[in-house]
Design a protein around this ligand. Structure first.
Ligand code: ADP
Ligand code: MG
Ligand code: ZN
Length: 487
């Protein structure tokens, strides 16, 4: 291992981060993994429990078929091999959030193995049950001065898929972006709410560093509790910095589990007692091996939509959108759906113009809102974009019309008519007069433009825009200014 070799002090060495992620995803099934209790979020504590998920003696687990179906869908979406027979194991540890004293998980034969998403290889995906939630009681919970905790078993037994990547990520930012791609993909296939704040998507990061150019892996640490995209990137950055400094000072990196405190930005080791894992895995004797039949795999495959990364490629390839714009749309399927509906509504629609206006629409809507739930119909949106492309209205007037569509809905052509927003062109004569007035009002700027300083165009165009209330086309104004200045 790279870190432990008591290397000499070397402040010159550049270190490269190596990161692998372990992601827990709560599956959006109706009931729990091994019993019939309904899933809940935010219900009063201990209202979704039964003898099975409370771990009472004499109860037997029954595998949730929907969770298996979702697990297979995840595996297929990530390009994994689905094991025809996988095995549940007991992972033993003693903690109040685990009433049976063990968690039913998968060990050496997981449901899904291998695969790849974006640039990152997938190691495995397995199914397991979630632990219950510990609630640390405040001052009111003290008895004889002692701090107490309560257990809410509602979450206990919730189906989880654990996704483990290979250590293929090379920066905090790349880790954050990749997790976002994973979330988008899981959301598109509909297996989870994937909400980090609510805990339905949880991510631990394994981090090591190594000298740039080395192909060996350094000693890793595991960062827990990174419950937002921002904290994930912050935590990794802080840990990469800490490890690099240790190695530069000739000190070893210790393999340990660290807790990230976002408020201080500090990483503190979990007490070794909490980390002394000897899970004594053994096959779950109350469950037969999990058989994923070809029929089950086909049924899962049939439910997969076009995946976001494939959609982004199609938007960039067939529709010619810039790669980043293609991803912005494809990675939010509600935006991609609206965009495609608008495109379908305009036989000669320009995908690039529509995509650009999608960005304006998103800015006008509430944060994260689905345009399908707004008053703007895809057809009206497409018509608006076409009117701008055909120069029937200026870009500025287009924005105004979009504001009105967002506020009241309606038909863009009717709004343009009603509000008198139709473009003023040179043919009307009027625009030429306004341009002449602009040149007269700012002879200084006019002279500079004539002398070749195109930056001086700004105030002249601004004058015309103000006078016409944004109804004139920018390129047209430009053309007229040049014409009247004789350049
Ligand atoms: P463990 O046995 O500690 O659970 P695994 O080999 O199962 O370790 O890997 C767990 C996670 O840690 C995976 O996501 C893997 O990609 C990542 N990982 C393994 N070795 C390293 C390393 N040297 N640096 C960074 N990440 C690593
Ligand atoms: Mg592990
Ligand atoms: Zn139950």
């Amino acid at each position: 291992m790279g870190g432990g070799r008591g290397a000499s002090v070397n402040a010159e060495v550049q270190y490269e981060p190596v990161i692998g992620l372990e992601i827990h995803v709560q599956l959006k099934t109706r009931t729990k993994m091994f019993c019939g209790c309904e899933l809940s979020f935010g219900d009063p504590p201990n209202t979704h429990t039964c003898p099975r998920c409370l771990g009472l003696a004499g109860t037997l687990p029954v595998v949730n078929a929907q969770a298996v179906h979702y697990g297979i869908m995840i595996g297929l979406a990530l390009g994994s091999q689905i094991a025809p027979r996988s095995q549940f194991h007991r992972k033993n540890y003693f903690y109040p959030d685990l009433p049976k004293g063990y968690q039913i998980s998968q060990y050496d034969v997981p449901l899904c193995s291998g695969g790849q998403l974006g640039e990152v290889r997938i190691h495995r995906v397995h199914l397991e049950e979630d632990a219950a939630k510990l609630v640390h009681l405040g001052a009111s919970g003290r008895i004889h001065g002692a701090q107490r905790s309560a257990v809410d078993f509602n979450r206990g037994g919730t189906p989880l898929a654990e996704i483990v990547t290979e250590p293929d990520l090379r920066s905090a930012e790349a880790a954050r972006e990749w997790l976002s791609l994973l979330r988008t993909t899981l959301r598109a296939i509909g297996v989870s709410d994937v909400n980090m704040e609510e805990g339905s998507l949880r991510c631990d990061a394994n981090v090591s560093v190594r000298p740039v150019g080395s192909s060996e892996l350094g000693t890793k640490t595991e960062l827990k509790n990174m419950n937002s995209f921002r904290f994930l990137a912050q935590g990794i950055r802080a840990e990469v910095e800490r490890q690099s400094e240790l190695l530069r000072a000739g000190q070893p990196v210790l393999q340990e589990t660290l807790h990230f405190d976002p408020s201080s930005g500090r990483l503190t080791p979990l007490r070794s007692k909490e980390e002394a894992h000897d899970y004594r895995y053994f096959p779950e004797p109350d469950l037969v091996p999990l058989e994923a039949t070809p029929e089950m795999i086909e049924a899962a495959r049939a439910q997969l939509p076009e995946l976001p990364s494939a959609r982004a490629q199609r938007f960039a390839g067939a529709l010619g959108l810039p790669a980043e714009r293609a991803r912005d749309l494809a990675f939010r399927s509600e935006l991609a759906d609206f965009f495609e509906a608008a495109l379908a509504a305009t036989p000669n629609g320009e995908p690039v113009a529509l995509a650009n206006w999608m960005q304006t629409l998103v800015e006008r809507l509430e944060d994260g809102a689905d345009p399908a739930g707004s008053l703007v119909s895809p057809a009206a949106f497409a018509q608006l974009v076409a009117m701008v492309s055909e120069k029937a209205i200026s870009r500025e007037a287009g924005r105004e019309v979009l504001d009105m569509l967002v506020a009241q809905g309606g038909d863009p052509a009717a709004i343009v008519e009603r509000e008198g927003l139709g473009a003023i062109s040179a043919d009307d004569g009027g625009l030429g007069d306004v341009v002449a007035a602009a040149l007269a009002s700012d002879p200084d700027a006019a002279e500079q433009v004539r002398a070749g300083n195109m930056k001086a165009m700004g105030p002249l165009v601004g004058y015309v825009m103000r006078e016409t209330k944004g109804r004139a086309d920018g390129a047209e104004i430009n053309r007229l200014i040049r014409q009247q200045l004789g350049i």
